[in-house]
Write a protein that binds this ligand. Structure first.
Ligand code: FAD
Length: 747
């Protein structure tokens, strides 16, 4: 047997076989130990003696917590492994080498049972040998050079490839097992439902918000999150791995695991974690890092890759250089269609879990089904989230967000948006209020990392270029970027932008003065004065007396979703019309939204409250004008505010306080506080009074005459440079009527 062949085949086994090694090498034709040692040197994988002794499993811990779980980072991890595991024949295909044949000759030895990880290590070694070109003098140099194309496949700017390359340089393989961990983070999600018995007491304070004391993660997101975690567990299981679910604080969880593994004489070689913006998230990273360092374990933070434009492609390094205006940022990264990096491949196989995993420490127990997980997350939550008169589900109303958590459902949703043509029509429909497909509803999966923005982009690309059959026959298929697909990209960039603002401004995200450091505005604090408290209660319960706001607040509470258009109106109502501490609204959204996302929520609230990144000064939404524009017949409001269902006149649906006594008596609404005494009487008249903002209570209104156009509305062929308003296509042009109304453009 020529030495070169032996070298490839046997290097495979040296990396992994432990006590089978020697026997097998001899079977393969090695004559003596000296020859085996020589082989080991060639592979730069340490002497076989070391390998033979090296029976201790080496573990890698991969960690996700709270809302930061990122399928993309798992994919990154998997790609890392996949690359090594990929059969050499694939890697070398096109290079004219049938290396598989040579490898198989040795790997498929029937006399040996190879555990699942063998191939990974084996190819690492082979690739290492090939890459190093370090075989000179050890055998047939010319043959090694010939089969050395692997280097050319490494992209130096790819952290994963860098990581692979780094690993290749090591003399030993860094790990044999991989343990993915998900932590329900106790500071963000109430975990007392996981207590092993009712007599136990949680060691953690209740996961309540700072200003108003709301549960930070309400029912809707708790369910979606549990579904997402279990979907991840399933898909990891399908790759030969799994997912360890924990509750607690990330740093503590890792500390306990490291201690337990140490006790069991298992060496943990590294802890990997996805990085995130946000104060708490940074604290978690610090705690985990410290725990790893204390144990002498490597800690690695993976860049979160769930965003549209990769961090490595942002045209500035210092977060402070992020422009304070979105449009300026957008211009720096256009054209958007060219901007994202490729999607990382999905896992096909991952290293196995450690043979023994320490269980969740007292006093918590981890549920064994998704249903039980949901039940445990829901258990401590008051179903009414503290409201005395919570909205109740109206007959015949259906949720605009009936979706399940997890990558599976997220991918399914993207496919649906392609095949239904909803991506192509998005620009016209995105301001809708009722139904499933007026907007993408992708935010919840994006927020949890179940899907990524660049996956969405890739689906769009394939559709636009007609690369796959998905969407064949649908309007726009194979015809390049259209207004709808461009608008989706545009919106996805907002997510990126707000995340970068969090990086830039840090804790200022949560300060009432906002990014602008606005100390001039005065706010009502419900914790301090009764009147503000009364107003906030009615705001939360959806009984402000302004139709659009009440519809949205009830929908939010009941379904966990409300559209972007409505979120803008609601935020503006609380911050501008009621002048209440906007953080109360942000916290309520955090509690109720399925798609809650730290940066998107808090930055959007700042933006609308006028303390964030909105370059337009003193912008206020008039919710009556907006109802006239976007809910022309009042159907949305009537869906959620049942009391108003039998009204025919939309203007009264928008402003129920305008109802006359007769009508009130007929509808049995006489004496109803929220109808008779709205929190604000926001005048808006079609026709000659248009443009008069404010109202009896001195409503703030905005600059009369603010035009609909706003800056940056120009639209070009396939491009999309501003947020158009879908209403014109719905036949609602108001030429000569409300052009000068006190309405305010959206972001
Ligand atoms: C006060 C307020 C609070 C918000 N809180 C959140 C939040 O916690 N989580 C969240 O994901 N979004 C938030 N948004 C942004 C936006 O309202 C939602 O992303 C959108 O309504 C989700 O529905 P969709 O996926 O159907 O959106 P689509 O209209 O289909 O948009 C496509 C995607 O673009 C992104 N996007 C759209 N609009 C915005 C925006 N204004 N800012 C940032 N990204 C955007 C989202 O990822 C969205 O999924 C908030 C907006 C406001 C005004």
């Amino acid at each position: 047997m020529p030495f070169e062949q032996k070298k490839q085949g046997n290097a495979i086994r040296i990396a992994t076989l432990g006590h089978f090694l020697r026997q097998w090498l001899f079977q393969l034709g090695f004559e003596n130990d000296t020859e085996i040692e020589e082989l080991a040197k060639v592979g730069d994988i340490g002497g076989p003696e070391n390998r033979l002794k090296n029976e201790v499993p080496k573990l890698l811990l991969g960690l996700g917590t709270g809302g930061r779980y990122s399928a993309e980072s798992m994919r990154a991890v998997s790609e890392f492994f996949d690359q090594k595991e990929q059969p050499l024949k694939q890697r070398l295909s096109g290079k004219g080498k049938d290396i598989e044949k040579e490898v198989d000759t040795h790997v498929e030895d029937p006399g040996l049972e190879a555990p699942g990880t063998f191939e990974i290590a084996h190819e690492e070694d082979v690739l290492k040998m090939l890459e190093d070109g370090d075989c000179s003098g050890q055998g047939n140099v010319s043959e090694v050079e010939e089969i050395d194309p692997v280097n050319t496949e490494l992209e130096p700017d790819e952290p994963l490839d860098e990581e692979v390359a780094r690993t290749f340089q090591q003399s030993q393989h860094p790990y044999t097992h991989f343990l993915p961990i998900y932590v329900f983070a106790a500071q963000q999600i109430e975990v007392s439902g996981f207590l092993s018995s009712d007599s136990e007491i949680s060691p953690f304070p209740e996961a309540r918000s700072n200003a108003a004391g709301f549960w930070r993660c309400g029912h809707h997101r708790a369910k979606f999150l549990a579904e997402s975690v279990w979907d991840l567990k399933r898909s990891l299981h399908n790759t030969g791995s799994g997912l360890e679910i924990r509750v607690g604080l990330a740093g503590q969880v890792i500390q306990e695991l490291l201690n337990a593994f140490k006790k069991a004489s298992a060496e943990v070689v590294a802890v990997w974690m996805t990085d995130e913006e946000g104060v708490e998230e940074k604290r978690e990273e610090r705690d985990v890092k410290e725990a790893a360092e204390r144990a002498g374990t490597e800690f690695k933070l993976w860049t979160d890759e769930k965003y549209y434009i990769d961090d490595r492609d942002i045209p500035f390094r210092n977060p402070k250089d992020l422009p304070d205006v979105f449009t300026s940022y957008r211009k720096k990264v256009e054209p958007l269609r060219e901007a994202p990096r490729r999607v990382l491949r999905s896992p096909s196989k991952l290293p196995p879990l450690p043979p023994s995993i320490p269980s969740q420490p007292h006093p918590f127990t981890i549920p064994t089904t998704v249903e039980d997980t949901i039940a445990k997350l829901h258990k401590p939550l008051d179903p009414n989230l503290g409201l005395s008169n919570p909205p109740t589900w109206p007959t015949k109303a259906t949720s605009a967000h009936p979706f399940h958590g997890g990558e599976t459902a997220g991918q399914e949703r993207i496919r649906h948006l392609v095949t239904s043509g909803s991506f192509s029509t998005y620009k016209e429909t995105r301001n809708g209020l009722l139904g499933l497909d007026f907007s993408t509803k992708l935010s919840s999966w994006l927020a949890l990392g179940c899907i990524t923005a660049r996956q969405v982009h890739e689906f769009l690309l394939n559709f636009e270029d007609g690369k796959t059959d998905l969407g064949k026959g649908v309007h726009g298929y194979g015809k390049g970027e259209n207004k709808g697909t461009a608008a989706v990209r545009f919106e996805l960039l907002w997510r990126d932008y707000f995340r970068l603002t969090t990086r830039k401004f840090g804790p200022r995200l949560f300060r009432i003065e906002g990014f602008k450091n606005d100390t001039a505005s005065s706010w009502g604090y419900p914790q301090k004065d009764k009147e503000s408290q009364r107003r906030v209660t009615r705001f939360l319960e959806g009984t402000t007396g302004t139709g659009l706001i009440d519809g949205s607040m009830r929908e939010l509470f009941l379904t966990g979703y409300t559209s972007n258009r409505l979120r803008q109106n609601v935020a503006s109502f609380l911050a501008k019309h009621l002048a209440i501490d906007w953080r109360i609204g942000a916290e309520w959204y955090e509690s109720c939204l399925v798609d809650y996302d730290l940066s998107n929520n808090w930055s959007n609230w700042q933006y609308v409250a006028g303390v964030g990144n909105d370059p337009r000064e003193a912008r206020v939404f008039n919710p009556v004008k907006q109802a006239n524009d976007y809910d022309t017949q009042g159907n949305y409001i009537k869906t959620w505010v049942v009391e108003l269902r039998s009204l025919n006149e939309p203007q009264i649906v928008f402003q129920p306080w305008k109802m006359n006594d007769e009508l009130k008596a007929e509808l049995k609404l006489a004496g109803t506080e929220w109808i008779e005494q709205p929190l604000r009487r926001i005048e808006f008249n079609m026709g000659r009074n248009a443009g008069r903002g404010g109202g009896r209570d001195g409503g703030k209104g905005g600059k009369a005459g603010a035009s609909r156009g706003g800056a940056g509305r120009a639209e070009g062929g396939g491009g999309y440079h501003g947020r158009g308003r879908g209403e014109k296509s719905r036949g609602q042009s108001r030429k000569g009527k409300s052009d000068r109304a006190n309405e305010f453009v959206d972001n």
